[in-house]
Design a protein around this ligand. Structure first.
Ligand code: PMP
Length: 287
């Protein structure tokens, strides 16, 4: 099926959508993005994604392409035009193109940002077989740049991490810096020991996950104990259970780390419960 996508004010068939070869998103990875999931045809935590997008743009001195209300309308139009019941809306803003290649940023008065959105249809997203089985992860060095709190499209290393995981017969990789786990290639990382949920505190070292914020709030509301601190991969390997969070996979149980099986090798009770609570609450507030 040919998707309808959005490019700078126009809704177009994907085959007719065009971006300049001089676009800085293409040449310099000078772009930021957001991924908002869709369940029951509605957007999950749109507000959180809009707020983080505004922050990413501000941190990079990039112009805001349109208002939050306009963005919401574009998201909704794309969901409707593409009949998305379960899936994702991908949004990217780049610093645009001034018709040439130069390291210096173009003049924002004359070069406007490029705004692109498209949908991904993912039937069965809420009930994915992967979430029922749980993920196997390996650990790799974190060699990314130091502003991981900005959601840029510099995703080469995370892509390589996924390939390293695949080559090792695993599903994903957790990254390690200075002896401590930072995060997964495209998710935030947690382990559970003695009923306590442990995850790395927010800083410029990790992305401030929208799902992380929601899940930690819901965990506390459900009287679960949460500790935000640095942790090692060995602690995680010895945990009762582990999981990751992301807008596209919600709460994903982790059942194996670097070959060490957690618990009985099936998704742990806390991860399963948090996934249920998160999906319930998200659906209630979806727009
Ligand atoms: N960390 C990284 C590196 C990510 O790419 C993502 C997903 N975009 C996350 C964490 C999770 O963030 P969110 O819950 O907002 O999807």
């Amino acid at each position: 099926m040919t998707r309808t996508v959005y490019v700078n004010g126009e809704y177009l068939p994907e085959t007719e959508a065009k971006i300049s070869i001089f676009d800085r998103g293409f040449l310099m990875a000078d772009a930021v993005y957001e991924v908002t999931s869709v369940l029951d045809g509605k957007l999950i935590d749109f507000e959180g994604h809009a707020v983080r997008l505004a922050r990413s743009l501000k941190e990079l001195d990039m112009q805001t392409p349109c208002t939050k209300e306009e963005l919401l309308e574009i998201h909704r139009q794309l969901v409707a035009k593409n009949d998305i019941v379960e899936g994702l809306v991908y949004l990217q803003v780049s610093r645009g193109s001034d018709g040439d290649r130069d390291f210096a940023f173009p003049d924002p008065e004359t070069t406007k940002p490029t705004l692109v959105l498209f949908t991904q249809n993912k039937p069965g997203l809420a009930n994915s077989p992967a979430s029922q089985k749980g993920a196997k992860v390996i650990s790799i060095d974190d060699i990314r740049w130091g502003r991981r709190d900005i959601k840029t499209v510099q995703l080469l290393y995370p892509s390589m991490g996924k390939m390293m995981a695949k080559a090792a017969g695993a599903d994903d990789a957790w990254m390690i810096e200075d002896g401590y786990v930072t995060e997964g290639t495209s998710n935030n990382a947690y382990f559970v020991k003695g009923g306590k949920i442990v995850t790395r505190p927010l800083s410029t070292d990790i992305l401030h996950g929208i799902t992380r914020t929601a899940v930690l709030r819901l965990a506390k509301e459900a009287q679960m104990e949460v500790e935000e601190r640095l942790f090692t991969i060995d602690e995680a390997k010895e945990a009762d259970e582990a999981f990751t969070t992301s807008a596209s996979a919600f709460v994903m149980p982790v059942v194996e780390i670097d070959g060490a099986v957690l618990g009985d090798g099936t998704p742990g009770p806390i991860a399963k419960r948090l996934r249920e609570i998160y999906l319930d609450e998200s659906l209630k507030h979806a727009i």
